[in-house]
Design a protein around this ligand. Structure first.
Ligand code: FRU
Length: 513
């Protein structure tokens, strides 16, 4: 997720500051924001394969998969209410993003986090105690509203509290905690599914209450950010707070820049209209395409539905949930690789290498499933070695995503938007991501039913398209301070026609970003 907000410093200036208790607490709360998002992503697929859950809420799916040995296996989970259970969260998150950005600006980051935490708690409880499908869906909607608030406020809070030099790392750190949340969810699903009497799914869904409570309590005890005090004209208070947060006395430089940034952002009258200007065409294009492409890699087919997918292709219950744990582990590990490599190897290299690796593994998965299942999806008994090969290719695919499009899908947009369009462009990025996450969650099981193993070719096609797009249109942004970005567009073979001349030239941001 993005570390949104006003980035301070002139790219060369080093602000003094230590890793204080405040900063550490900030990181913990921020980690909870990512964790709970990841938890929601990872929990639903496993829960929907639990028999007690299916029997209680989706008896027709249960019957179909128990008794129907004849018809197409690719279709055994194809049920609109079942997919709505997963996808409704992202639709709600999309809607609440808009309200959340207003609340965060007008009433501060803490209130937004508190609202997010409370909505999460309500959603988790409603889900854990659900006795009807509507309770499940309303619970997921509440969780989604919560995500809209925390995804807006937590990264912003984080980027304002963290010492300048940690901002980049925290950006990927947030994505890392999403992947950890997904992993925790799949491990819990694995163990909870063994609990008899229908308690397993209740514990899995209700478990979200733990990180939700941490965020709620955190938002009450954490301090306000100096930035939001400055926005409200409390300069003295902000300076005292900044000293305390940074653990040093000489915070004058940072204070000056914060005040300048706040004043500059007040001058931005029409961020949305700004974004439509010709000179921001490259930014708008990236704000729309990068998050859309991130989802069109098909990653959430695996993240949401890995256990469903593995059961569809003939794995037993346990093996399906275990395989989801394995892909979850690979996801976390490869995100760490990205943190290590992103400044060493550059963004373009990771995008292109990741794209190629995803393409090859998707074609391999399609071929392996197609060869064994044909179009009617009836493999007889799936040999163990064959199942392992399929899981292996899926892991190769997940690893590629997790060190390329996963973190870079957030990092690259966050480093190319100049201050005067930053908040608008960031909202476009977050919204596009949510829209496509919703669409994929909603239509995947139907697509699997109709396109069968060809579904993986469908996503492979998009991976090819997006890799070509990166190769041709995305300049390298590694180590480019934001005030130099315009120069990068200006020397690009295509974007130079939009960002040419001095009139569009450098944005006067030396002090404020
Ligand atoms: O780690 C995979 C996860 O990362 C995201 O792309 C968010 O950045 C999610 O949509 C996905 O489930």
């Amino acid at each position: 997720m993005p570390a949104v907000g006003i980035v301070i410093g002139d790219g060369n200036r080093e602000y003094p500051g230590k890793l204080t208790l405040y900063v550490t607490m900030t990181c913990i709360v921020a980690a909870m924001g990512g964790l709970i998002f990841g938890y929601d992503i990872g929990i639903s697929g496993g829960v929907t394969t639990m028999e007690s859950f299916q029997k209680e809420f989706f008896p027709s799916v249960y019957e179909k998969q128990k008794n129907d040995h004849e018809s197409n296996k690719y279709c055994k989970f194809d049920s609109i209410p079942l997919t709505l259970f997963t996808s409704s969260l992202y639709l709600a998150a999309l809607c609440s993003c808009v309200v959340a950005s207003y609340v965060t600006r007008a009433f501060g980051r803490k209130l937004s986090m508190l609202l997010g935490g409370v909505l999460f708690c309500a959603g988790a409880l409603l889900n854990g105690f659900a006795t009807a499908v509507w309770m499940l869906i309303v619970g997921r909607l509440l969780l989604g509203f919560g995500i809209g608030f925390t995804n807006q406020s937590v990264p912003l809070y984080l980027s304002e509290m963290a010492p300048y030099k940690y901002i980049g790392a925290l950006n990927i750190g947030f994505q890392l905690s999403i992947t950890i949340g997904i992993l925790v969810a799949s491990v819990l699903n694995f163990f909870f599914s063994k609990i008899p009497g229908g308690w397993g799914w209740r514990l899995s869904l209700g478990g979200a209450v733990v990180p939700a409570l941490i965020i709620t309590v955190g938002s009450l005890i954490l301090p306000d950010t100096p930035n939001s005090m400055i926005e409200r004209g409390r300069f003295k208070q902000a300076e005292t707070k900044l000293r305390k947060i940074r653990g040093v006395d000489n915070v004058e430089d940072e204070m000056d820049d914060l005040i300048a940034a706040s004043e500059a952002s007040k001058l931005v009258e029409h961020p949305w209209r700004n974004l439509l200007q010709r000179k921001y065409r490259p930014h708008l294009t990236m704000a729309i395409l990068i998050p859309s492409f991130q989802q069109l890699t098909g990653i959430n087919v695996i993240m949401f539905y890995a256990p469903v997918l593995f059961q569809t292709i003939g794995f037993g219950n346990d093996a399906a949930l275990m395989s989801a744990v394995v892909t979850g582990l690979v996801n976390v590990g490869a995100t760490v690789v990205s943190i290590y490599g992103v400044d060493k190897w550059g963004r373009r290299f990771l995008f292109l290498e990741g794209g190629l690796q995803m393409l090859i593994s998707q074609v391999a998965v399609a071929a392996a499933i197609g060869a064994k299942f044909g179009v009617d999806g009836n493999p007889g008994v799936l040999p163990k070695w064959y199942a392992i090969v399929v899981v292996l290719f899926i892991c190769i695919y997940v690893a590629a995503f997790a060190w390329s499009w996963g973190p870079l899908g957030w990092l690259v947009p966050s480093e190319i938007f100049p201050l005067e369009i930053r908040s608008a462009a960031q909202s476009v990025t977050v919204s596009m991501n949510m829209i496509f996450t919703f669409i994929i969650a909603q239509v995947f099981l139907m697509m699997l039913c109709h396109m069968k193993f060809g579904l993986f070719i469908f996503f492979a096609f998009f991976v090819a398209v997006m890799s070509v797009f990166i190769y041709v249109f995305l300049p390298e942004t590694r180590g480019v301070p934001i005030e130099e970005m315009n120069q990068v567009w200006r020397s690009h073979w295509y974007w130079s026609r939009f960002v040419d001349g001095d009139e569009n030239g450098r944005v006067e941001m030396g002090k404020v970003h």
